[in-house]
Design a protein around this ligand. Structure first.
Ligand code: AOF
Ligand code: ZN
Length: 351
């Protein structure tokens, strides 16, 4: 099952709105085939694993176990139902980590296999399996994307200096963040950060694609600025309180910033409707605070540099302190990268 998880993650960032899924076919302790769902619309993990089995090994399948990180699907959408393949090839046993949260599949896939006389085991490494499909679970349960807050701070706990672009973490951390961008469906930032840092918000330092860009512009300042700056090709959603007075670049779509107390929730629903399942929030402090206050977060990745932020006496007033971590933040792991330390916190998922 661990191998299934490992395989599934090779497609991080490419399967949305579908989950990451990995599958392994085992016969008498020998792996006959492996596969994972590589891209949305493409073959499912079970099919990929089946196709990878050598012709001379096919005869062993009725005596083999299929390990799969997610309950096999029983609906024909982009691809035929995996339960059909499993029954047709007469697998002996199917070992599953977790049920598919898709309401048309959940539990039905397992029932279909069992009624065909196939032995089914579920719940293997279920905690990790659940974690893998957290974006899909959150979509069905809360109608929003999985929200990952990224934050970089100096050793003395500041994210920067108001109005100035200050690098905090190092080059390797930057590359890692680009990897996280690739693994996300969308990346979100606020107008303050956009104006001061002028970030491209694309993935340039890791293989793979760039996410959709989302700009939150509560004060309606960005429509004027966007056409003056070279824009990347990645599609951009500009949520702004004011309709643009000037033509926007063709890659930019304007959407109204809802004027209501639960604006951020509304916005997350809009993203969910657009098939965004993993959202990376890259500050600034004000945006991070809004997400934290609204309880709209699942994971926090906090990078801390080894050095303190140097500033002049007059800049002291302008230092931006890191928002406080919420009490529900549960530390999960830490690692070092050059001179930076990264701490990963998660909000415990309801079981
Ligand atoms: C599996 N194995 O590898 C994946 C599954 O037709 P689609 O590709 O849009 O898939 C729709 C359903 O399949 C949906 O329930 C989704 O959760 C599940 N994904 N299922 O058996 C896989 N990716
Ligand atoms: Zn399937």
């Amino acid at each position: 099952m661990r191998r299934c998880f490992e395989l599934s993650r090779l497609a991080a960032g490419s399967t949305s709105p579908n989950p990451l899924v990995g599958a392994v076919i085992v016969h008498q302790g020998r792996i006959l085939g492996e596969g994972w769902h590589k891209k949305y619309g493409g073959a499912h993990a079970e099919v990929e694993a089946f196709r990878s089995v050598a012709a001379e090994d096919r005869r062993h399948i009725p005596e083999s176990t299929l390990y799969v990180s997610l309950e096999p699907c029983c609906i024909h959408r982009n691809t035929p139902a995996c339960t059909d393949l499993i029954r047709r090839e007469r697998f002996k046993r199917v070992v599953i980590s977790v049920r598919d949260p898709h309401p048309e599949v959940s539990g039905r896939g397992i029932e279909i296999l069992k009624s065909a006389g196939i032995e089914v085991v579920e719940g293997v490494l279920a905690e990790e399996g659940r974690e893998l499909i957290a974006p899909q679970r959150i979509y069905y349960e809360e109608n929003r994307p999985y929200i990952l807050l990224k934050c970089a701070q100096s050793a003395n706990g500041f994210m920067g200096i108001r109005g100035r672009r200050v690098p905090i973490t190092g080059a390797l951390s930057q590359r890692l963040v680009h990897r996280w961008r690739k693994e996300s469906d969308a990346i979100l930032t606020g107008s303050g950060t956009f104006i001061v840092d002028n970030p491209l918000l694309t993935n340039r330092l890791w293989f793979g694609e760039s996410p959709v860009r989302i700009l939150l512009d509560r004060r309606g300042r960005l429509a004027q600025i966007l056409p003056k700056r070279p824009q990347p090709h990645s599609p951009t959603l500009l949520f702004s309180s004011r309709p643009p007075a000037v033509p926007l670049p063709s890659s930019v779509e304007w959407l109204p910033y809802p004027e209501e107390p639960h604006a951020l929730q509304k916005l997350m629903q809009e993203l969910a409707a657009r098939n965004i399942r993993r959202l990376l929030v890259e500050g600034g402090a004000e945006i991070l605070r809004s997400f934290l206050q609204a309880g709209l977060w699942d994971e926090i990745r906090l990078g801390t540099a080894a050095s303190s932020l140097a500033h002049t006496a007059s800049e002291k007033e302008l230092l931006i302190p890191t928002p406080q971590l919420p009490p529900e933040a549960r530390w999960e792991q830490s690692f070092s990268l050059e001179n930076d330390r990264w701490d990963i916190y998660k909000r415990k998922l309801p079981v």
